[in-house]
Design a protein around this ligand. Structure first.
Ligand SMILES: [Zn+2]
Ligand SMILES: [Zn+2]
Length: 277
C-alpha cells in the first residue's frame, strides 16, 4: 500500500509551479506597470480586503485538503463487513464499506470516494469533500480577481498590436514565443491570462457540477452510474457532507463543522422512507 503522497507529488509540483508563474506575473504587472484598474481609496481598500479573504480561504483549504487523509488507512474495518454494500478489495486486502472505492493512483480505498483530483494529486472523499468544494469556490474567485488585476496590461497589449497578432498571441502563446514574434513579457502575460480565465471557467463549472451532486447526495461515481440511493433531501445531504455549519464553512477554512457520520455507514433513501412511514 503506498504511503500518502508518495506516487502523486508530480501534479502538485506542476500546479505549484503554475501558481508561482501567476504570482510572479501579477507582481511584475503591479510593480512595473500598467498596474491594477484605477479605483478610489474606498474601493481599493475593499479590493485589498477581498484579496486577503480569498487568499486565506484558498491557501487554508489547500492546506487542509492536502493534510486530511480520506482513505481507509487507520480506520478499523475488521469484522464490520457484514452489511449490504460492503465489498472486498483485493489490492488493500480488506473489507471496504459502501460508497468507498479503490484509487489506482493513491493505491488505497477511499471512504465515500468521489474522484481523484488530478491537479492536486489526491483523492476527494468523505473527509476532505468540504475543503475540495471550498477550494473550487475560492479558486474561481481568485482567478477572476487576478484576471481583473491584469486587465489594464491586457488592454495595453491589445492597443499596441494588430487584432490578428493579439488574437494569435492569446490563442497560441507558445507558438508565438517559439517563432520569435513576441517578447517573453508579452508571452508571460498572454499565458497567465489564458490559464487564469480557463482555470476560472473550469473551477466555476466544477463548482456548479459538484454543487448539484451535493444537493442530490451523490458522488461523481454514483452520478456516472445513475445511482440515487443516498439522497435524503437537500438540507440533510448538505449536513451529511459538510457538517452542521454548512452555510458558514465557505467563509473560513478553519471553522469547525464536524461531520455527523463516520464515512463507513450511510443512511439510504429507503431507510429515511421507512422512518417517515
Ligand atoms: Zn482498495
Ligand atoms: Zn486517488
Amino acid at each position: 500500500m503506498g504511503q500518502p503522497g508518495t506516487p502523486t507529488q508530480l501534479p502538485l509540483v506542476l500546479t505549484t509551479l503554475w501558481a508561482a508563474a501567476v504570482v510572479l506575473e501579477l507582481v511584475y504587472v503591479l510593480v512595473l506597470g500598467p498596474g491594477p484598474p484605477p479605483l478610489g481609496p474606498l474601493a481599493q481598500a475593499l479590493q485589498l480586503a477581498l484579496a486577503v479573504f480569498q487568499l486565506l480561504n484558498l491557501l487554508g483549504n489547500v492546506g487542509l485538503f492536502l493534510r486530511s487523509d480520506p482513505s481507509i488507512r487507520g480506520v478499523m474495518l475488521a469484522g464490520r463487513g457484514l452489511g449490504q454494500g460492503w465489498a472486498y478489495c483485493y489490492q488493500c486486502q480488506s473489507q471496504v464499506p459502501p460508497r468507498s472505492g479503490h484509487c489506482s493512483v493513491c493505491r488505497v480505498c477511499i471512504l465515500r470516494r468521489d474522484h481523484h483530483c488530478r491537479l492536486l494529486g489526491r483523492c476527494v472523499g468523505f473527509h476532505n469533500y468540504r475543503h475540495f468544494l471550498c477550494l473550487l469556490l475560492h479558486a474561481t474567485g481568485v482567478l477572476l480577481h487576478v484576471s481583473v488585476l491584469l486587465g489594464p496590461a491586457l488592454s495595453a497589449l491589445l492597443q499596441a498590436h494588430a487584432p490578428l497578432h493579439t488574437a494569435a498571441l492569446l490563442l497560441l502563446p507558445w507558438l508565438m514565443l517559439l517563432t520569435g514574434r513576441v517578447s517573453l513579457a508579452q508571452f508571460a502575460l498572454a499565458f497567465v491570462m489564458d490559464t487564469c480565465v480557463a482555470g476560472a471557467l473550469l473551477c466555476g463549472a466544477g463548482l456548479l457540477f459538484h454543487g448539484t451532486l451535493l444537493l442530490r447526495g451523490q458522488t461523481t461515481w454514483e452520478w456516472a452510474r445513475g445511482q440515487h440511493s443516498y439522497d435524503q433531501g437537500a438540507r440533510h445531504n448538505l449536513q451529511a457532507a459538510l457538517g452542521p455549519r454548512w452555510a458558514l464553512i465557505w467563509l473560513w477554512p478553519f471553522l469547525t463543522s464536524p461531520l455527523p457520520g463516520d464515512g463507513i455507514t450511510f443512511q439510504t433513501t429507503a431507510d429515511v422512507g421507512l422512518m417517515a412511514s
